[in-house]
Design a protein around this ligand. Structure first.
Ligand code: CP
Length: 315
């Protein structure tokens, strides 16, 4: 039996696989992917233990459009809620499902535990530390807009959260990209992701740097931010809003990046991390980016089932 593919971290993907998923997402967005149903005969489980609008809908609609059957679970539906272990849950579900899309907002180890079996692919729909499917949709959006990822310069402003970690790992794979992280002190992208990105950047010629102020902004093509209150997380310091306030993306900040488009993974809180004038303004591509979650989700699902033994996944 062919090994199942899991997408728990961007680092689970080779450079070729990363590029394939991004380019395939672009094809889905342009309607040039072909009328195939690569998930025909498969069943996809969608388990969200935390709230979601985009990711849950993208993977559910994507699985249905690609021909899969769907089983969905809310936060209290499985016996996990009564104490069954993640390992036992993964083992049981793997006898019935081909793919499990899971949002845990917990540690990566929880998703690795679901993946501790040989029959069912596991997709990280957001954990506490990384949001890889967001980064794939983001790169899809960048290719759609700029025609390439290579050489694109991104200024990321705000919390170094799971979205930022995944973006750091993904962008650093592409030659000539620049990622300038500007995060409040104490809320940066974790060092282990910066170290992983540095290793990729040594190979690719990308540049990744993190600072905790907004002075000396470089010329960039994209300004990116995320909601200050990341889903499922709390802040360790009571006065965090005053620490985040200088990192708001507003007209003044966008004026310092005159050629840049604005990206946001959504959901947004207008007046906090971004002003309404920027989010709803002519340079914002945030809602195209949200739609790309759907196109990119189909690419991820197709990549997962492409590892199936010939004859499909029906067991
Ligand atoms: N960006 C994102 O992951 O959105 P949802 O939380 O709505 O899925």
């Amino acid at each position: 039996m062919a090994e199942r593919r899991h997408l728990i971290s961007i680092d689970d993907l080779s450079d070729d696989e990363l590029r394939w998923i991004v380019e395939r997402g672009v094809e889905y967005s342009r309607g040039t992917a072909g009328a195939t149903q690569p998930l025909s005969g498969t069943v996809v489980g969608v388990l969200f233990r935390k709230t979601s609008t985009r990711t849950r809908t993208a993977f559910s609609a994507g699985a249905l459009r690609l021909g899969a059957g769907l089983v969905t679970y809310g936060p209290a539906d499985l016996q996990l809620a009564t104490g069954e272990s993640v390992e036992d849950t993964g083992a049981v579900l793997s006898g019935m499902l081909d793919v499990l899309v899971a949002r845990t907002a917990g540690p990566e180890a929880e998703l690795r535990a679901y993946a501790g079996q040989k029959q069912m692919s596991v997709i990280n729909a957001m954990s506490a530390v990384e949001h890889p499917t967001q980064a794939l949709a983001d790169l899809t959006t960048i290719v759609q807009h700029f025609g390439r990822v290579e050489g694109v310069r991104v200024l990321y402003v705000g919390e170094g959260n799971n979205t930022a970690s995944a973006l750091t790992l993904a962008l650093s794979r592409y030659p000539g990209t620049e990622l300038h992280l500007r995060t409040p002190a104490g809320y940066g992208v974790e060092q282990r992701y910066l170290d992983q990105a540095a290793a990729s950047a040594r190979r690719s010629g990308a540049r990744v740097e993190q600072r905790h102020d907004l002075s000396g902004l470089p010329p960039v093509d994209v300004v990116y931010t995320t909601r200050w209150q990341t889903t499922g997380s709390t802040k360790p310091t009571p006065h965090w809003r005053s620490e985040f306030a200088p990192f708001q993306v507003n007209e003044a900040l966008m004026a310092a990046a005159p050629d840049a488009v604005f990206m946001h993974d959504l959901p947004a809180h207008r007046g906090e991390e971004v002003t309404a004038a920027v989010l709803d303004g002519p340079r914002s591509i945030a809602f195209t980016q949200a739609e790309n979650k759907y196109h990119s989700a189909r690419a991820v699902l197709e990549w997962c089932v492409a590892s199936r033994p010939s004859g499909g996944a029906g067991r």
